[in-house]
Design a protein around this ligand. Structure first.
Ligand code: UDX
Length: 441
């Protein structure tokens, strides 16, 4: 059992802290946001994450997990300090490292014994080495820095933490034993440990996320090709994904990738390549094609709307099973429509994301509704932008009865097209076979 302090209680820090206490360690999750800590101390979650609350309650009751806004005291006699604070992009598209640097400064000042400092935040290559040099110069104790990137998907983060494909550890060798004690139970389950130097571990994170984003961008372009050529997208995905070298994951076409990681990490990798003077045209285009996709979808929706129409938007979060709207394609498409079609009325529903959506899409532009049917009442077009289960279960006849015109644009390919067509809907969907395939000369 190790005494662990996690600095930062966002999606990564909170899930990591709770799961590490579940693995048997004594964990303090610390954050300077007093309100957030108070919420956690009341056994309430500031984020939407399946399975997290019961683990939190279980480990608080077992006295393995606590929360504090006193960063200094939380650092005091830890064996391991995990930095899991945000590294948002600034206006120039560079990673903001002020929160990471602030953690390093507090560790230098308040660590009271030799300690392993684990950087779990996604940081530019070379950051951990810089923090190691800083702590060597400023701390009275032996602070050993390791890079330990996370690969947690929002909405699946507890599952992903407890069932990792691999544990990546960037170290100069001094942190190896301690990290093995931290993750010992995984070693016994046969999880592979990849030990590298810190810079390589930092780049593994960026390269992994960028590859996954590229895979999404790839299938989105293929879905446009497939649709125009009159091919069957589901069979196409099956045929591609059955190749073990490719795999079926991340081959679902949609409105583009979003979230607090993919867009940021691809941009950060492009910045790293610019700083190193290395040309990466393929990766540079991953971002471009993603943004263009949202413009194309907004244009397609706009082409179906007339002045005074009502547009129903189903789904605002960047994906299902989260309340997060950061870099959400739905939000980006809505912004474009608000800008381009001032005369239309936009009504929206999302089962989890409306509280966060309202902060970025004010209710003067969007009417937030209680369910999909309310949002579609009087609408000329309904568009599905997030793959929530509740949208897959929509009753076509009931929906048609409340809409002004039965038109639906399924940007996630989740509804039964035949069922909706039979109910009298005009269905447009990403990935579906075009009724009249384009002639191929
Ligand atoms: C991602 C990485 O998966 C995770 O390893 C990393 O630690 C953080 O970033 P997350 O952002 O939670 O996780 O979402 P993810 O499930 O990866 O989806 C990212 C985006 O790609 C979403 O907008 C999602 O809708 C989109 N996506 C994903 C698709 O459009 N199609 C797919 O098949 C998969």
């Amino acid at each position: 059992m190790l005494r662990v302090t996690v600095l930062g209680t966002g999606y990564v820090g909170l899930v990591s802290g709770v799961c590490l206490s579940e693995l048997g360690h004594r964990v303090i999750c610390a954050d300077k946001d007093k309100e957030k800590i108070k919420t956690l101390q009341q056994a309430k979650l500031p984020i939407h994450e399946d399975g997290l609350l019961c683990l939190l309650k279980k480990n608080v009751s077992a006295n393995r997990l606590s929360f504090s806004s006193n960063i200094e005291a939380s650092i005091h006699d830890s064996d391991i300090i995990i930095i899991a604070v945000g590294t948002p992009l600034d206006a120039d598209g560079n990673c903001t490292l002020e929160y990471v640097n602030d953690c390093a400064a507090k560790i230098a000042m308040h660590a009271s014994k030799d300690v392993v400092v684990v950087v779990k935040s996604t940081v530019p290559v070379g950051t951990c080495d810089r923090i190691q040099n800083y702590l060597d110069e400023t701390s009275h104790f032996n602070c050993v820095v390791a890079s330990n990137p996370e690969f947690l998907r929002e909405g699946n983060a507890v599952h992903d933490f407890m069932n990792p494909d691999r544990i990546v550890i960037g170290t100069d060798g001094r942190a190896k034993d301690c990290m093995l004690r931290l993750y010992g139970s995984y070693a016994m389950k046969g999880v592979s440990f990849i030990y590298a130097d810190r810079r390589t571990a930092e780049l593994i994170k960026y390269a992994s996320n960028t590859f996954l984003a590229m895979k999404v961008a790839f299938i989105n372009e293929i879905s446009d090709l497939s649709q125009r050529a009159g091919c069957d997208m589901q069979k196409l995905i099956e045929g591609i994904g059955s190749d073990k070298r490719i795999g079926p994951a991340f081959l679902k076409p949609g409105p583009g990738f979003g979230g607090s990681c993919f867009p940021k990490d691809v941009k950060a990798l492009i910045n790293i390549s610019d700083a190193l003077g290395v040309e990466i045209p393929l990766i540079r285009n991953v971002l471009h094609t993603n943004v263009m996709r949202q413009h194309h979808i907004a244009k397609a929706i706009k082409s179906k709307l007339h002045d005074g129409d009502v547009l129903a938007v189903l789904g605002l979060t960047y994906k299902a099973h989260t309340d997060d709207v950061r870099e959400s394609p739905a939000a980006a498409i809505l912004r474009l429509l608000i800008n381009d079609c001032p005369s239309i009325t936009i009504k929206a529903f999302d089962p989890c994301g409306m509280r966060n959506a309202e902060k970025i899409l004010p209710s003067k532009h969007v009417t937030y509704c209680g369910d999909a049917y309310e949002a579609c009442t009087g609408a000329s077009v309904a568009v599905i932008l997030t793959e929530w289960e509740c949208f897959k279960e929509i009753n076509p006849a009931l929906l048609k009865s409340v809409m002004k015109h039965p038109r639906i644009y399924d940007c996630r390919g989740i509804i039964d097209r035949e069922k909706f067509s039979k109910a009298g809907f005009h269905v447009r969907a990403i990935g579906y076979k075009a009724k009249e395939p384009a002639a191929i000369s």
